[in-house]
Design a protein around this ligand. Structure first.
Ligand SMILES: Cc1cc2nc3c(=O)[nH]c(=O)nc-3n(C[C@H](O)[C@H](O)[C@H](O)COP(=O)(O)OP(=O)(O)OC[C@H]3O[C@@H](n4cnc5c(N)ncnc54)[C@H](O)[C@@H]3O)c2cc1C
Length: 336
């Protein structure tokens, strides 16, 4: 019997699998999706996550793939911009900008070095636990199913977690009523490398009109986000995250908001991808039950502002891995 089944190969599941392997626990990691998502969701990496990656031995690779986030240019109500550099903190690392697909690429390569293969196109669909282990059903894309047993199962399977649902753990919270849109574009302006831009216009009785551009490592490229017009998201909904089934905004949709909120009207170009997304805040009523745990978005979801989602999830996994590994080799009590 493998020790642990990690369900989900997003940043949290990948971190957990790497750390379990480093601490000597045998694990399998499965993901329902045939390939990683191409979207740049998380960009902001906090100093604490860099400390975690330093301990894992991958901070250098992550830093080389990203850029330092140096500060924020704010444009409020169309007034002249003000620049706020990120404060120099007495910490070993600063705030890093790294697109989530790059974070996942580096983690997957590190997992490969540990000799663990990601089993893609494999979804957990059922689980049943007893005092000695957890029996699971894993279904492949081709309709085949396998039954297996593990000593522990960890659901790192995102906001719509099957593990959380199968355990009957509540996920209370609320959804923001407004949909948002995202795009990966080149912007022709003279903003210094590493600086983010946020333009806001307050609206009475509603959310502020906004345009946020976070720099990507490639000079001149940004991940822009803003409220989505109703025409793009015809129906109300409370699903969290990227709405991959809906058509993403066009370059003209994104440019219209930039023209409305940025006095210099810089030109957006070369749209690489775009999407619509929704935001919720929810917290699971428990992070575990018996021999099953949940971590990352499966356990808590946040608005992207402040960059807490992936960062806190990676820290869940880092924390859970050494404890599970100690328990598995009999050096720690299950209560740990
Ligand atoms: C626009 C946007 C911007 C964001 N910006 C930031 C930011 O700057 N900083 C930050 O920290 N966070 C940010 N986040 C949040 C961040 O993207 C998430 O917190 C992060 O992806 C959570 O990682 P995860 O591994 O828990 O879940 P996910 O990344 O959702 O991965 C879950 C994986 O589980 C798989 N899966 C699902 N069900 C099953 C199943 N039954 N069986 C097998 N596999 C399954 C899925 O295919 C998926 O690969 C942002 C999010 C959005 C939408």
């Amino acid at each position: 019997m493998a020790d642990v089944l990690v369900v989900g190969a997003g940043p949290v599941g990948l971190t957990l699998a790497c750390e379990l392997a480093r601490h000597g626990a045998r694990c399998r990691i499965i993901d329902r999706a045939p390939r990683p998502l191409p979207y740049c969701r998380a960009i902001g990496v906090t100093p604490r996550t860099l400390e975690v990656w330093d301990d894992m031995g991958i901070a250098r690779e992550m830093i080389d793939a990203g850029l330092w986030l140096t500060g924020l240019r704010s444009i409020v109500q169309g007034r002249p911009p003000t620049d706020a550099p990120n404060p120099a903190l007495d910490l070993p690392f600063a705030a890093l900008g790294l697109p989530q697909y790059e974070t996942e690429r580096v983690l997957a390569r590190h997992l490969d070095r540990h000799g663990v293969r990601i089993e893609r196109g494999s979804a957990l669909t059922a689980l049943r636990q007893d005092p000695d282990g957890v029996a699971v059903r894993i279904e492949g894309e081709d309709g085949t199913a396998q039954e297996d047993r593990f000593r522990y199962v960890v659901g790192c399977d995102g906001a719509h977690s099957a593990v959380r649902r199968l355990l009957g753990i509540a996920f209370d919270g609320a959804a923001y009523p407004w949909p948002f849109m995202l795009g990966d574009v080149r912007i022709g302006w003279d903003v210094p490398y590493g600086m983010s831009v946020r333009a806001l216009r307050l609206v009475e009785g509603g959310p502020p009109d906004m345009f946020v551009a976070i720099p990507l490592p490639e000079p001149g490229r940004y991940r822009v986000s803003m409220l989505a017009p109703a025409a793009l998201v015809p129906s109300a909904g409370t699903e969290h995250g990227i709405q991959a089934e809906l058509r993403g905004p066009s370059l003209a949709d994104l440019q219209a908001v930039a023209d409305d909120l940025l006095p210099d009207r810089p030109r957006l170009a070369d749209l690489r991808w775009s999407s619509v997304y929704r935001i919720s805040m929810r917290l699971a009523s428990a992070y575990g039950q018996g021999r099953c745990f949940i971590a990352g978005d499966a356990a808590h979801i946040h608005p992207p502002t402040g960059g807490q989602g992936m960062n806190t999830g990676i820290q869940d996994a880092y924390n859970l891995a050494w404890k599970l590994a100690l328990v598995l080799r009999g050096a720690g009590a299950a209560s740990l």
